[in-house]
Ligand binder design. Structure first.
Ligand code: V55
Ligand code: FE
Length: 494
């Protein structure tokens, strides 16, 4: 071995992103029969799979952002009263190449100009953001690269999934939407060539998993398009000024900057007619969409009003991406907003109001009500009235609470996770396929930060304030994660 490249020791630098509860875990393993406090609902049969960014190696450039860690899947499998934990890295090309080398080969987030020459042209995708369970396939997703298929039982990596060659982009969103009535998936890709681009591809994916239609439209500028909206009849993109400029990337600058001099635009696209019928709206205020709850249509005065429910902040997002104009800019917390578009009007304006008056993020609705009106909204939050804020991590302030907004009752409910406890993105699981909206459980991974350990709580989704009906105790920490999904039993081969 060439002594110049021989690793001489492996150590993560002492930076916030690698410290404390955010420290890399890197353990691939199985824990069978986790301890459970309380009683697991007998109907809860299936698997919760989620994704996280757990860096395998210390960063090539001495530092990194948390969004760039290697995809590590966590699966909690509920099997007739027993719960098992499985953790596995997504064996991306990046993971395999670096694993062989014994050190990092890829550099900064989505910046091929900072990679070592030996991996030029190789796939630096991390597959670290979310998972899609569709047409019998489990896909690990990252918006910067193509989906990676993993085995839904073993989590072993099967390889990059290009939909039998039908995927034209080098990228694919981490937030595809599954139509609960038809089984169709609507997805998209921005920066489709794998570098900065204003073109955005939209994909229509049949219940059988084939891409049946692809359309392209052009955004007013190139920026992060992390999430989007799909209603029964419309697709909507909120284009926000978290800008991306390939010249800055080439100069080794951060991949995104917040540019408050640019406006936020909304594209409304009919699902049937497609981009030929695109309509653009300009947002009258500074707005950054973080994540979406839902989109739905309402018939009003013979016309259609399209409602987009989402978390919006009036500043940049994801603290690692600097403000283009103000080095001292402070991020503002997101609030849930409803943006309403009277499609019969040609005024080109829309109405903005708060859906409820409380900060939050990581929104979910009952997935069976996606694309049509939902009554119940769940989210991660902080509520200082219930308990103190926790020490900031690399993602900003950890949640201390989960929230539930019942719109019909006009009620906000909270569950406070306890001292030194940080719940993560909630997941709704219905009691049964035909249970009423909201009748089921809210699952959340909870960081027990003082114990350096992780739990999973099961709450009654319509009474979260009552506290967990069951707490599944993990004997170890699993890395903080992003997004997950539920795979109901029976699982293939299970
Ligand atoms: C987000 C997450 C990402 C990313 C870009 O949460 C945006 C937003 C986990 O990776 O690459
Ligand atoms: Fe996300």
């Amino acid at each position: 071995m060439d002594t110049a490249t021989k690793p001489t020791g492996l150590k993560f630098p002492d930076l916030l992103v690698y410290r404390g509860y955010s420290a890399p875990v890197r353990i691939e393993g199985d824990v069978f029969d986790l301890e459970v406090e309380g009683t697991l609902p007998f109907e809860l049969n299936g698997a919760y799979v989620r994704n996280s960014a757990d860096p395998h190696f210390p960063p090539l450039l001495g530092t990194d952002i948390f969004l760039n860690g290697d995809g590590m899947l966590h699966m909690l499998r509920f099997d007739n009263g027993r719960v098992h934990l499985k953790t596995r890295y997504v064996r991306t090309e990046k993971f395999e190449l670096e694993n062989r080398a014994g050190h990092a080969l890829f550099g900064a987030y989505r910046n091929p100009f900072t990679d070592l020459p030996e991996v030029a042209g190789k796939d630096g995708g991390t597959a670290n953001t979310s998972v899609l369970w569709h047409a019998g396939k489990l896909l690990a997703l990252k918006e910067a690269s193509r989906p990676v298929e993993v085995d839904p039982l073993t989590l072993d990596t099967r390889g990059v999934h290009d939909f039998n060659g039908a995927l034209v982009s080098q990228t694919f969103t981490a937030h595809p939407k599954v139509d609960p009535l038809t089984g169709e998936v609507i997805a998209f890709a921005y920066n489709a060539p794998g570098r900065s681009s204003r073109e955005i591809e939209i994909y229509w994916i049949a219940p059988t998993g084939e891409i049946t239609r692809t359309e392209v439209f052009e955004a007013p500028y190139c920026s992060m398009v992390h999430d989007f909206h799909v209603s029964r009849n419309h697709i909507a993109f909120t284009i926000c000024p978290m800008v991306n400029d390939w010249e800055r990337v080439q100069r080794g600058e951060p991949f995104f900057h917040w540019d408050s001099t640019k406006q936020t635009h909304v594209a409304v696209i009919p699902r049937e007619a497609g981009v030929a019928a695109i309509r653009w709206y300009t947002c009258p205020v500074v707005a950054m969409q973080t994540h979406t709850f839902n989109a739905w249509e309402e018939t009003k005065g013979g016309g259609t009003v399209l409602h987009l429910d989402h978390f919006i902040t009036g500043s940049g997002w994801l603290s690692q991406f600097p403000d283009l104009h103000d080095p001292n800019a402070k991020e503002k917390p997101p609030f849930a907003q409803r943006w309403s578009f009277d499609l019969a009007s040609s005024a080109g304006t829309f109405e903005i109001r708060k859906l409820f008056d409380h900060i939050g993020e990581m929104p979910v609705v009952d997935p069976r009500h996606l694309m049509s009106r939902a009554r119940h909204f769940w989210f991660g939050s902080n509520n200082p009235a219930l308990g103190p804020m926790l020490e900031w991590g690399p993602k900003g302030p950890p949640f201390t609470c989960l929230g539930h907004f019942d719109e019909a009752a006009g009620k906000l409910n909270f569950w406070y996770a306890g001292p030194d406890s940080a719940p993560e993105e909630p997941l709704f699981v219905p009691r049964s396929a035909d249970a009423a909206e909201g009748d089921g459980w809210l699952l959340s991974v909870v960081g027990r930060r003082a114990q350096n350990r992780t739990d999973l709580v099961v709450l009654d989704a319509l009474d979260i304030a009552a506290g967990p009906v069951a707490t599944v105790r993990m004997p170890c920490r699993i890395h903080e994660g992003f997004h997950g999904t539920w795979m109901p039993q029976p699982l293939p081969g299970g």
